[in-house]
Write a protein that binds this ligand. Sequence first.
Ligand code: PRP
Length: 233
Amino acid sequence: MQKDDIAPHEFWQELHAPGSFPADGDFTSFYVAELQDRRQLRLPIRVLADSEHALASLIVNQASFAVLDALAGQLAATIRHFDIDIVAGLPTLGLTFAAAVAQKLGHARYVPLGTSRKFWYRDDLSVALSSITTPQQQRRLYIDPRMLPLLQGRRVALIDDVISSGSSIVAGLQLMTACDIEPVVIAAAMLQSERWKEKIAAEGAQWPDRTIGVFATPILERTAEGRWRAPTA
Ligand SMILES: O=P(O)(O)OC[C@H]1O[C@H](OP(=O)(O)OP(=O)(O)O)[C@H](O)[C@@H]1O
């Protein structure tokens, strides 16, 4: 049983020393994610529609600057060997994270993708977009055509905050393909469940191995006592 309660607005404000909370066993108030340096981040548990499963949630633009900085720093360190020239970020929450990662890589700028169509955008440089949190919304993902020279022929990292069903990152990949760009890596702060793997593999067998996260979180199962547990491997 977890002892410490946490108010909803207190999530993702603080990283805790390794071992501060049990990171396996049953979760009640929050899920405990471990970063690569074993520091711990408490995440809220969101119950899915069937009431029997739940996901750990990360809303990166609500995180403290210290947590954002740590997540971006760890991802930048992990992907540095790909020799990235430019980062492209997915809207909306991915933009906060992608910009931070680009800064950590020492870049002067990044390329934000967008969902609002400026009048000079081109319909052929857009794709349909939906995600785990916005399945009903019909949105489109655009790139400002004026940004294309920053990406074409360069080593691109395509970055979002979370990859869950894979829909958003696949839309990003499809938009890159429409621009004649193949990213060298796709990455996120959190890889949520494993559902993205199949969807990403359908875009090309290379993608699952080229997908990098700072940490991964499982689909949680409800226990008989009403707590949440990661399925055993
Ligand atoms: O792998 P997926 O199932 O696509 O889920 C991940 C996406 O969902 C969230 O975005 P959301 O659609 O909530 O949009 P927002 O970033 O504009 O809030 C998140 O920021 C990722 O972009």
